[in-house]
Design a protein around this ligand. Sequence first.
Ligand SMILES: *Cc1c(COP(=O)(O)O)cnc(C)c1O
Length: 385
Amino acid sequence: METPAVDDAPRAAALVNLTAVERNVATLRGRLRPGAVLCAVVKADGYGHGAAPVARAALAGGAEKLAVVTAGEATALRAAGVDAPLIVLGPLRGAEVAAVVATGAEPVISTDEEIDALEADGRPVAVHLKLDSGMGRLGERDPELALERCARVGASATLRLAGVMTHFATADVPGDAAFARQLETFARFAERARAAHPGIVVHAANSAATLAEPASHFDMVRTGVAIYGLDPFGADPAANGLEPALTWTSRLAAVKRIEGGGSVGYGRRWVAAAPTTIGTVAVGYADGVRRALGFAQPPTEVLVGGRRVPLAGTVSMDSFGVELPDDLPARPGDRVTLIGADGGERVTAEELAARLQTINYEIACGISARVPRVYHRDGAVVDPA
Ligand SMILES: *Cc1c(COP(=O)(O)O)cnc(C)c1O
């Protein structure tokens, strides 16, 4: 069968290179402390890439576990036929508890109420106890109380203590003192938990900690953003041997000449100083092209014909304008690259994030459901099922 090329992508597409995910996972595993395993975090629909296809690619690359946040995400992965060991980071309430137990996943808990709810469910379940070592979000703040809850889980007829964990607030800040304090607090707690519960899995590191601090690897790392080839430090992913899996493309819907004084887009915020060729790109803020990109200074750029071209005017719901140089022979239907490479030029999610004063995570998660995900292996389109 002829595999179509990714160049055939429609009006808009998020092209996801599953082979890149595999390679990123293998690269990350190669940097782990001996004995540590990798849990691939595929929450938020795999950071916008598509949870099930990415999960399969991560497992093929050597991930031993998967993690999601919500009960719905756990149920969806199982429905897609992904039956690998799964952690649900939670929190979970009410009906979500039973839904997660039904998937056979391991929930993360920290409160007595969560233990009560799981015991009331009555089915056997393995859980991870979370210590809040400084993030100030979920998790038990007091190590003594956390150890008491570990003991309670250990003594339960239906619950089993699978692991203890924490989450870092500043792993992406090189040399940060608060990170070192969190690591020390957690290491002390984990040592005591392990002494009382031999065989538990101790885990703490997100992508940034995985890359920056081997002492944070313990028995397992929970890498999210890095498996997608996005840099947890907001720099060039290539610096850590990571390869962006995502390319975001669209098409020129129209190409036209605007006379001097003519304008482009709502509010006439872009006015031609001289006759200019304008391309209309067939994606807008309903697709996840953030409207603020149209106001960025210096102007946001996308790739057309292997060249960087600046946005012209306000980003609309379904389209936005670009200023095309006179020597660029552009036609309707030509490919526009919002994230990815074209010719020798490249736009990264990190570059877009910097223009919006945000992080690459938000860029990837922000590509809306209206944009079809197209899966490929180094350029050959594949059926992800
Ligand atoms: C999202 C998340 C991760 C993964 O973080 P990255 O920075 O994407 O690697 C790990 N642990 C927890 C608890 C998370 O919520």
